[in-house]
Design a protein around this ligand. Structure first.
Ligand code: NAD
Ligand code: HSO
Ligand code: ZN
Length: 430
């Protein structure tokens, strides 16, 4: 059962939540991931195929999904209703992310010098689509759409091989909708290794994006530096701020929606109403019994779930900002009134009819969001993750002459005579 605590009587609850990273056996996972990455680097496809057998229980002859498999998934193996829903989600995600596009600029205000910024897409990117305990066509769209809009030339998707060595049709259909045709059947840390080092069949990339379990997250952390990564998107989280006007059935449903992702997921309700807290606690038990993924959701709710009772909404916002949740729902009478108090959250859902799953699938903003408090300093996945910038500097002789002495002064003070000389030499008589 989800625990109810009073913030007034137990200020330590915040520390307890913030330090709640002990569930993972970090050392063991760390050791396993180092071993997997090393093996992939040394043995390429052979190691990938062995891990597919070991961790996913499938023996494959070929790692790449064929064009025929992708077409069959889209045309024959999903319902027309699902295909239409995925197409609509794609359209809405695309519309939102189109607005994030940046342009190069040059500043030509002065005639004899130009400074500017050139935007280029990252040429080769890898997209990890999780597939261990559920299949996520929505994650295919959320990761692929911004990469496409940015103009990445090569987008390589990796995902666990699926039962019987077949990637689920909904994943392949979403990939077709997003325009991705290079898909490889490999999951976990081995997928991250393959994309980082390249194997005989899987190309290496410059950046890997996408969420995954602890093995995926740890592997991304380890390869960062050799290649870039988007973020460490860990187990899902939702924090709901609710006043007495909120509907307890909706709140229970929303807390469970994230709990069912992962037994390490976190669902927290912060409310000013003790009566509401008790109702939500009871309702969660009722709704849990109807979930096919009851075991995962129940473990998550029992271990990480909390209902925190606070004196006022300002305390609730303080707690939310400290936790910096991936998803924050404002289930209060006027959510716009308190929006100004919110500083740290991946995505903010405003009011009764904007539940978290709306953002998971359809609203348009990305659902790959910072977790584990990283919303304090990082942002949702977006087009910016797939571009890079180069500065442009053009000065003619007159413009350089104007700055000549100042550059030499600073270079000399740094003891860097070759720098000073690079300027001086251009103004010396031969
Ligand atoms: N933030 C987001 O946008 C978002 C979206 C979807 C899912 N998620 C999260 O992604 C995660 C998905 O996790 P998942 O496990 O379902 O799928 P996953 O694809 O991340 O992991 C499955 C892979 O893990 C590897 N693995 C399993 N057990 C292992 C072991 N003992 N040793 C080494 N490797 C092992 C296997 O190779 C398997 O293919 C969940 O936490 C979910 O909440 C996040
Ligand atoms: N809520 C997840 C991110 O934490 C994303 C997702 C995909 N499908 C359903 N939900
Ligand atoms: Zn979700």
């Amino acid at each position: 059962m989800i625990k109810i605590v009073s913030y007034k009587d137990n200020k330590f609850i915040l520390d307890e939540i913030l330090n709640n990273t002990t569930q993972f056996e970090y050392d063991e996972v760390n050791k396993a991931v180092i071993e997997i990455l090393k093996n992939i680097k040394e043995n390429g496809d052979k190691a990938v195929l062995e891990y597919n057998e070991k961790f996913d229980g499938v023996k494959l002859n070929s790692l790449q999904v064929t064009k025929q498999e992708i077409d069959e998934a889209y045309f024959d193996n999903i319902s027309l209703e699902l295909r239409n829903s995925l197409e609509l989600a794609h359209k809405k995600i695309k519309e939102f992310h189109e607005k994030q596009k940046r342009n190069s600029f040059i500043d030509t205000n002065t005639p004899n010098k130009i400074v500017g910024q050139l935007i280029n897409p990252i040429e080769k990117v890898g997209i990890y689509v999780p597939g261990g305990t559920a299949s996520y066509p929505s994650t295919v769209l959320m990761n692929a759409v911004p990469a496409k809009i940015a103009g990445c030339k090569e987008i390589i998707m990796v995902t666990p091989p699926g039962k019987n060595g077949k990637v689920p049709a909904n994943i392949l259909a979403a990939a077709k909708i997003a325009g991705i045709d290079k898909i490889f059947k490999v999951g976990g840390a081995q997928a991250i290794g393959a994309l980082s080092f390249g194997t005989e069949t899987i190309p290496n990339v410059y950046k890997i994006v996408g969420p995954g379990n602890i093995y995926v997250a740890m592997a991304k952390k380890m390869v960062y530096g050799q290649i870039d990564i988007d973020m460490i998107a860990g187990p899902s989280e939702v924090l709901i701020i609710a006043d007495k006007t909120a509907n307890y059935r909706y709140l229970a449903a929303d807390l469970l929606s994230q709990a069912e992702h992962d037994k390490f997921a976190t669902s927290i309700l912060v409310t000013t109403s003790e009566e509401l807290a008790k109702k939500v606690q009871k309702e969660i038990e009722i709704q849990l019994n109807q979930l096919p993924r009851k075991e995962i959701a129940e473990t998550s709710i029992n271990n990480q779930g909390r209902i925190i009772i606070v004196n006022d909404i300002k305390d609730a916002c303080y707690i939310a900002n400290k936790i910096a949740p991936e998803h924050l729902e404002l289930a209060v009478k006027n959510p716009f009134e308190i929006l100004g108090y919110i500083k740290n959250a991946g995505a903010i859902f405003m009011g009764e009819y904007s539940p978290e799953p709306l953002g998971d699938y359809m609203a348009g903003p990305n659902h790959t969001l910072p977790t584990s408090g990283t919303a304090k300093f990082s942002s949702p996945l977006g087009v910016d993750d797939f571009i890079k910038k180069s500065s442009i500097i053009y000065y003619d002789k007159n413009a350089l002459k104007e700055l000549k002495n100042d550059i030499i002064n600073i270079a000399t003070s740094e003891g860097l005579d070759a720098h000073a000389n690079s300027i001086k030499i251009r103004f010396e008589d031969k």
